[in-house]
Design a protein around this ligand. Structure first.
Ligand code: PMV
Length: 390
């Protein structure tokens, strides 16, 4: 992770105009993020008069379109941001002497970072402050809320973490590039999830459809070293991250089994099976990698029916990898019987969500079939045309 020489701004120093632009503002998301100076509060004479500040930031959910699990073993995967579903973090000055207090609304929990120093969010906050060389911890209240279902394959943990990193940076008047946000969140995910590929934090920090390879092989390393193509983004921990083109919009339905599944369990189970049957699993991962490569081509050419076939093929391979479940298979089967162009589980599997590719003609029928087959929630997302910056 690159280190920058960051100086602590005094609380009374920053103004809206004077502050470094946040990454959200750079990405054109300033409407999501406010950072205002309020009038001076009257406090007891013993306390210094400081302007009260607050800030808000958010982060998207994500879907892995294809390539999950194989991506942990160096094959490519494609992930999409879901801009309509977000985690949000708000921050404000708190009473002097309280340190940092976190309210996680959806978890109905609140805690002082000093009293829970090893919790995931506490550690993330501490590492962001240390990244900015800020000691001692200021007196802050951070409120977290999210509409992303927990442990369901939609990146809830990484989105909450990203919102927290962004809101702290905004509050402190610091500018963070997506690569820095992604690296801070990845370090946090690593501490609590073992060996994540890094795809979740990446797609959420960049908010673009991405092609992601965790440990690029030689040819990709050459590509990275030689590329003058600015669309090839280098990540500090060096995966290959390429924003990919979407030539034609398409609609995905997301069916939620309602079964929560912690990522590390299926990931750990796959690792055990890979250790026991390395050759077979390497071959399965190669087949997934080939599907992902083809999916990128069809996305770039707008061949949506071909994408559907590839998604269903990916699901068959995920079944063989051993991460589907009766509930996921029931939803995938129901979607295909109702006329969807393709369907697969998405994310770590064993529970969580599946996705299915529909047309305007089949959308309502497939949604009804998913509900009948046991989906606890069905939502739709339109993946819009996207052209990476030249
Ligand atoms: O279920 P999620 O959103 O945590 O996705 C996990 C994706 C895996 O490929 C299974 C693991 C990883 O780290 O990439």
């Amino acid at each position: 992770m690159p280190r920058y020489n960051r100086s602590l701004r005094l609380r009374s120093e920053p103004t809206r105009q004077g502050m470094a632009r946040t990454s959200d503002e750079e990405n054109g998301r300033s409407e999501d993020q406010e950072l205002d100076e309020q009038p001076l509060r009257t406090r007891s004479p013993a306390r210094p008069l400081v302007p009260s500040r607050h800030a808000s930031a958010s982060a998207v959910a994500k879907l892995i379109l294809c390539g999950e699990h194989a991506v942990v073993y160096g094959r490519p995967a494609i992930a999409l941001p879901l801009t309509g579903i977000r985690a949000r973090a708000d921050i404000a000055d708190d009473q002097i002497g309280n340190g940092i207090v976190v309210h996680a609304r959806d978890l109905r929990r609140h805690w002082r970072v000093a009293n829970d120093p090893h919790g995931p969010i506490s550690q993330l906050i501490t590492s962001v402050l240390s990244y900015f060389h800020i000691t001692p911890a200021p007196d802050l209240r951070i409120t977290i809320s999210s509409t992303i279902p927990i442990a369901s394959g939609m990146g809830s943990g990484a989105a909450v973490a990203t919102a927290v990193v962004r809101v702290l940076a905004a509050y402190l008047g610091q500018q963070l590039a997506p690569a820095e946000i992604s690296a801070l969140v990845y370090a946090s995910e690593q501490r609590f999830h073992g060996t994540p590929s890094g795809i979740d934090n990446t797609v959420i920090a960049y908010e673009q459809p991405i092609w992601f390879v965790r440990e690029p092989r030689t040819e990709n390393q050459e590509l990275r070293a030689e590329s003058s193509d600015s669309s090839v983004v280098l990540h500090p921990s060096s995966p290959l991250i390429v924003p990919i083109a979407i030539a034609t919009p398409f609609t995905l339905l997301i069916g939620d089994t309602g079964i929560r599944s912690a990522t590390r369990l299926p990931v750990g189970a796959v690792r055990q099976r890979w250790q026991a049957e390395t050759e077979r699993f390497e071959a399965l991962f190669d087949q997934v990698g080939a599907i992902v490569a083809r999916a990128r081509e069809v996305l770039e050419h707008g061949d949506i029916p071909a994408l559907g076939l590839l998604l269903s093929h990916n699901h068959h391979l995920l079944q063989q990898i051993g991460v589907s479940s009766r509930e996921l298979d029931a939803l995938v089967g129901a979607a295909l019987t109702a006329g969807a162009l393709g369907a697969k589980l998405s994310g770590a599997g064993r529970g969580g969500v599946m996705l299915t590719l529909v047309t305007p003609d089949t959308r309502a029928r497939v949604a009804a079939a998913l509900e009948l087959a046991g989906a606890k929630r069905v939502s739709a997302t339109v993946v819009n045309v996207f052209r990476p910056a030249p």
